[in-house]
Design a protein around this ligand. Structure first.
Ligand code: ZN
Length: 195
């Protein structure tokens, strides 16, 4: 049976998913974002690309039936299930500076970028090589003038997104640390890999 792994609030995890395997990312309590970045296991200079994905999928809303593409225009994953249906691929991972610039908070604060950096170090992936993440369950809205706003996720307890790997991948997931992205509270994220 599949072994479900917990990512505690405001932390992250990195692991390998082989071509043809499925990755399921679960929001166990609801209203919790998980940032996901992908790298080709054979050459980590190839990585997930927001720009290529929105170009080739012809949408800014990426969900079931869409592929996640690399900076080398290769398919990295297919989204095969999405019980919530709202994800973001516009905004970069929250970083220490996010809280200074957007929250007017000068104090140290956990962030997705730091959690990606810490967890990807074992794969020799450097901080500057981390791309814009696919933000699972993140609810970014915009008006007709292009003004964007970050609203609480619409995900309910046990909503999930299931991905099929199109190549051997290094995957890093977070349980996001930004107050506004998660309805003001920090919850865990669950995931498992299956064949
Ligand atoms: Zn975050």
């Amino acid at each position: 049976m599949d072994r479900c792994i917990e990512i505690p609030p405001q932390s992250g995890a990195a692991f390998v998913v082989q071509k043809g395997q499925y990755l399921t990312v679960i929001d166990p309590q609801g209203k919790q974002v998980s940032d996901m970045v992908l790298f080709n296991e054979a050459d980590s200079r190839e990585k997930i690309s927001s720009g290529k994905t929105m170009d080739f999928e012809e949408s800014v809303l990426i969900t079931k039936g869409n592929f996640l593409w690399s900076n080398r225009s290769q398919k990295m994953m297919e989204i095969v299930e999405d019980s919530n249906g709202r994800n973001d691929f516009l905004l970069a991972p929250c970083s220490p500076e996010t809280f200074k610039i957007m929250y007017d908070n000068p104090d140290e604060h956990p962030s997705c970028l730091n959690n990606l950096i810490v967890n990807l170090a074992k794969y020799n992936i450097a901080p500057d090589d981390i791309p814009t993440a696919f933000n699972i369950f993140m609810n970014v809205q915009w008006d007709q003038n292009g003004k964007i706003s970050v609203l609480p996720p619409t995900s309910k307890a046990n909503d999930f997104v299931r991905f099929k790997a199109e190549m051997d991948l290094i995957v890093c997931l977070t349980a996001c640390s930004a107050e506004d992205s998660n309805g003001g509270t920090f919850k865990p994220i669950h995931y498992y890999v299956s064949v």
